[in-house]
Design a protein around this ligand. Structure first.
Ligand code: FE
Ligand code: ZN
Ligand code: FE
Length: 176
């Protein structure tokens, strides 16, 4: 059903987020499995736990609205996750693979941030203060996760860039 009011649009956004979070809960264990850096594995594992609480928050909001907690396939998140996993799966070098996991995970976080920012604003406009607060909490957690990944990239990207491919390039430069 196409939304015809901000209230309906809000509900549609919540259902999209609910499904997106479930996709993330399915995808994160695979990312953790193929990550090499213990810090990266820890960050992803921690965010997996946080994500489960985010699902509970959405369920709370559905309940307050008197709506069934059900998702609507988030095709955007499907694409983000699919693109990430097909990229990561092909990478043999562990540092480069970790860098790719971070790149993919940050796309997930940013996609979520867009959704939660919108839903939080709709909740505010509709006068649902408690829901707005819950959605803001999740938005803050997504931002924290994104920042943690940026910090990790600061350590992991340099390792990835000092790998074989980079030294080959440097050798070529020296010859030239
Ligand atoms: Fe989330
Ligand atoms: Zn979506
Ligand atoms: Fe997240």
């Amino acid at each position: 059903m196409k939304p015809n009011s901000l209230q309906e649009l809000y509900l549609e956004q919540l259902r999209d987020l609910y499904n997106a979070e479930q996709q993330i809960i399915e995808a994160l264990p695979d990312m953790i499995d193929v990550a090499s850096s213990p810090d990266l594995r820890d960050a992803l594992s921690e965010h997996l736990e946080v994500t489960k609480e985010q699902v509970t928050r959405l369920e709370q909001i559905f309940q307050t609205l008197g709506e069934k907690a059900k998702g609507e396939t988030c095709k955007g998140m499907q694409g983000v996750i699919k693109e990430g996993s097909s990229l990561i799966g092909d990478i043999k070098d562990t540092d480069v693979r970790d860098a790719a996991i971070i790149a993919s995970a940050q796309r997930v976080e940013h996609y979520e941030m867009a959704g939660y920012g919108t839903a939080r604003t709709y909740a505010e406009m509709l006068g649902h203060e408690e829901a707005a607060q819950l959605l803001q909490e999740t938005l803050d957690e997504e931002k924290e996760a994104d920042q943690a990944l940026t910090d990790l990239a600061g350590k992991i990207n340099p390792r990835a860039s000092s790998g074989k491919a980079a030294s080959t390039k440097a050798d070529k430069r020296r010859v030239a």
